[in-house]
Design a protein around this ligand. Structure first.
Ligand SMILES: [Fe+2]
Ligand SMILES: [Fe+2]
Length: 144
């Protein structure tokens, strides 16, 4: 697992360099803009992989060092409070999702001439991700 993570980090690093070179080498502002969006994400993936490898290492070595990725300690929080908060945030994300869906429809005519619809799609996917994170918290708050 540790080898897998470090190997993957190396490959992600190489891909990141290629993305950066593409963004820097192109005449197209649209291409550079889009590739830079990927670069932002890949930087975060890179960080996640490093943190996974490091946390795996500190857990395996039983060194007493706090892992970079915190242990699942949601039981330290009052579960009723946590559920109320996550429900409120989930509602907010769901209304964001509905709004983005409407916006995406409105931008349909511009789909072949602008990047706007694509950016809205990216935000729709981000919103799905936010909902997944909040659901994870809500599910584990109940589990206490
Ligand atoms: Fe990645
Ligand atoms: Fe969100």
């Amino acid at each position: 697992m540790f080898t897998y993570l470090t190997e993957h980090t190396r490959r992600e690093g190489a891909m990141l360099e290629e993305y950066v070179a593409t963004a820097e080498g192109t005449q197209s502002k649209a291409l550079a803009y889009l590739v830079n969006l990927l670069v932002e994400d890949e930087h975060r993936h890179h960080r996640f992989f490093n943190e996974l490898a490091s946390s795996l290492k500190s857990e395996a070595e039983l060194s007493g060092v706090e892992p970079v990725i915190p242990r699942l300690d949601l039981r330290l929080v009052d579960s009723a409070d946590l559920l109320a908060t996550t429900r409120r945030l989930l509602e907010h994300e769901q209304s964001d999702a509905a709004e983005l869906k409407r916006l995406h429809k409105e931008l349909r005519d511009l789909q072949d001439t602008t990047l706007w619809g694509l950016l809205v799609e990216v935000m729709q996917r981000d919103t799905e991700k936010h909902i997944a994170i909040l659901r994870f918290v809500a599910d584990h708050a109940k589990g206490n």
